[in-house]
Write a protein that binds this ligand. Structure first.
Ligand code: ZN
Length: 95
C-alpha cells in the first residue's frame, strides 16, 4: 500500500512510519485539548473534587500538549493510537 505522501507503507499499514508518528502526535494533542475542555467544565460544576486533584488539573489544563511531561504525553498517545487503529480498520474494511 502507498501512504498519502507517496511513500510505500509497511504491510497492512495505511500510513508510512513518518506520517503515522506525525498523526499520532497531532491526535494526541487533540486528546489533551479534549481532556482539558472536559476537566475545566468539571472543575466549574463539581464541588467534590479533592484540593490536590484541583491543583493538579488547574496546572495541567494550562499546559499545551507539547510541553507536558513525556509520561503525560504517553497517556494521550495511547488514546491517539486507538483512533489510528480505528482508522486502519475503517480503511481496510472499505476496500
Ligand atoms: Zn507518509
Amino acid at each position: 500500500m502507498y501512504c498519502k505522501c507517496g511513500r510505500q507503507t509497511l504491510l497492512k499499514e495505511v500510513f508510512c512510519t513518518g506520517c503515522k508518528e506525525k498523526l499520532i502526535e497531532g491526535l494526541a494533542s487533540i486528546e489533551h485539548d479534549q481532556w482539558a475542555y472536559w476537566a475545566k467544565g468539571l472543575m466549574e460544576s463539581e464541588k467534590n473534587i479533592s484540593p490536590e486533584r484541583l491543583k493538579r488539573w488547574k496546572e495541567l489544563t494550562k499546559i499545551p500538549y507539547g510541553f507536558l511531561s513525556e509520561e503525560a504525553q504517553d497517556v494521550d498517545r495511547k488514546l491517539a493510537r486507538r483512533v489510528m487503529d480505528y482508522l486502519k480498520d475503517f480503511f481496510c474494511e472499505s476496500k
